[in-house]
Design a protein. Structure first.
Length: 187
């Protein structure tokens, strides 16, 4: 977890991979030959609106930083420069969740500078709120379910994102993003 880096095998096609770091995204062949790349990838979102089309490198940057952040939480909250404070508990359906507000340093590629993490009484992440800068800052609630263990670490393998209403409660729809992870291993 020392550096933000993620590799997507098969990204955009067989024999290709997508590489994400905060300063560079690239689509490469397995031999390392570069098919496409972009330095300062976050800058490529400047001036984008909700209907602005993305290219493959936009998608690679978004998916790269998002998944890296999702898979490293809660350890992400212990990184240098991250400021965390506990908020009032939150009631969701029949459960009471502890909430943490995190403020992230600019050097960390993430959805937004300020985010909230909700943990149940077992200490499992259940909800994560943010307003992705690259999507115009629209507030979103990211729910996490079906936690599994891999090498002693716990990962939620079913995730979905819904809009946040003005009162802070999550809308039930639309569900623009779902993520189902399989075959998690830690090396």
């Amino acid at each position: 977890m020392q550096q933000q880096r993620l590799v997507f095998d098969g990204f955009t096609g067989p024999g290709l991979r997508g590489l994400f770091t905060p300063d560079r995204v690239a689509i490469e062949r397995q031999d390392g030959g570069v098919v496409a790349e972009r330095t300062a990838p976050r800058d490529a979102f400047a001036g984008h609106g909700p209907d602005t089309p993305w290219d493959q490198l936009h998608a690679l940057y978004f998916a790269g930083y998002a998944l890296w952040n999702y898979l490293t939480a809660p350890y992400l909250l212990t990184r240098p420069g991250v400021v965390v404070e506990e908020l009032e508990p939150w009631r969701e359906a029949d459960e009471e969740w502890r909430r943490l507000r995190a403020r992230f340093p600019q050097a960390l590629a993430t959805h937004s500078t300020e985010q909230a993490f909700y943990y149940n009484t077992a200490g499992l992440l259940r909800r994560h709120d943010y307003a992705p800068d690259v999507l115009g800052g629209t507030p979103a609630a990211h729910f996490s379910e079906h936690h599994v263990q891999a090498s002693g670490l716990v990962f939620p393998i079913h995730r979905y994102v819904v809009p946040v209403q003005k009162d802070g409660h999550a809308a039930s729809e639309p569900i623009p993003i779902t993520i189902d992870l399989t075959g998690i291993s830690v090396t």
